[in-house]
Design a protein around this ligand. Structure first.
Ligand SMILES: [Zn+2]
Length: 302
């Protein structure tokens, strides 16, 4: 009797194993979409009037955080709009920043307003507030489409440089494969330290690394890398592959975008996060600059 029971158990185990082996791949495929599908960029806004991408190739601006598009590339974005390119801005990270949120929540004193705020923003509220500033600034610059990576969530930059390189490259590839003639613009993160010691930010470096990788695969791509933290340094110390003097009408639009980042109206969910609570020196210096600092590949610091 014991032997018979043992045989039945063995047989049923074999059947279960066989069943799971044969059908598991199908269940897995059906129920769990692969990561690339879930992490594609989401279109979060588009203008009513879209220029024809057949007349002029799109100019695509990839910004690591909500503000870098205006700080580093604002005039060039306005210029591309003026020259009738379809202009798309793609936000790469979620912009989460606990130390800046601590100022809005009052655990750290706000030096700008000389008070301890008490806005009680969760990390999600903080990200939404940054996205609101970003979207308003993009509209002020006149862009045609705004995307946020990772299905609208943006990537969390705590995943580290290697992962950021990969995620940003996947995001940029999503666009470069659709718009083969597009120009690609981002931050020159490897050649753009934020202090005299030469420290650089991972999310900014990953922008340069991802576009360098795209360039390695297809050197015909039009790639422009803009300096951002260069505005921390005195004018005579700012260098780049070429220094572009901004047209007055483009600067005017850039200033409109700055006004959006400088809007402090908590009743409307606007907190001037970057401008008044984080990098005001950078905002002020970029605002008053007539130039944008653009690197071209190949770059020694990449
Ligand atoms: Zn404040």
């Amino acid at each position: 009797m014991f032997k018979v029971v043992l045989q039945i158990i063995k047989f049923s185990t074999l059947l279960t194993l066989l069943f799971s082996f044969c059908f598991k791949p199908f269940f897995t495929k059906k129920n769990i979409p692969n990561s690339e599908e879930t992490e594609i960029p989401a279109l979060i806004w588009e203008s009513k009037k879209q220029p024809n991408a057949f007349n002029a190739p799109p100019a695509i601006f990839y910004t690591p955080h909500q503000d870098d598009e205006t700080l580093a590339m604002g005039s060039s974005i306005a210029e591309s709009v003026r020259k009738r390119h379809p202009v798309y801005v793609v936000l790469l990270t979620n912009g989460d920043n606990p130390s800046t949120n601590a100022i809005l929540n009052g655990t750290t004193k706000c030096e700008f307003h000389n008070t301890n705020h008490n806005f009680n923003l969760s990390s999600k509220d903080f990200i939404n507030a940054r996205n609101a500033e970003f979207l308003a600034a993009c509209k002020a610059l006149g862009v045609h489409k705004v995307f946020i990576s990772n299905n609208g969530k943006g990537f969390d930059e705590t995943i580290g440089l290697e992962n950021l390189n990969l995620k940003f490259f996947e995001t940029i590839s999503f666009f470069s494969s659709q718009y083969t003639l597009a120009s690609h613009h981002s931050i020159s993160g490897n050649c753009d330290p934020y202090n005299k010691k030469g420290d650089r930010m991972n999310a900014h470096r990953a922008c340069a690394n991802a576009l360098q990788h795209l360039h390695n695969l297809d050197s015909t791509k039009n790639i422009y890398l803009y300096k951002d933290y260069v505005y921390y340094f005195p004018k005579e110390e700012r260098t780049a592959s070429f220094i572009k003097k901004n047209k007055k009408r483009d600067t005017k639009k850039k200033h409109k975008a700055f006004e959006e980042y400088n809007l402090f109206d908590p009743t409307k969910g606007r907190y001037a996060i970057g401008y008044q609570h984080s990098v005001w020196e950078l905002f002020n210096n970029s605002y008053s600059s007539e130039y944008e600092y653009i690197d071209l590949l190949p770059l020694e610091c990449n």
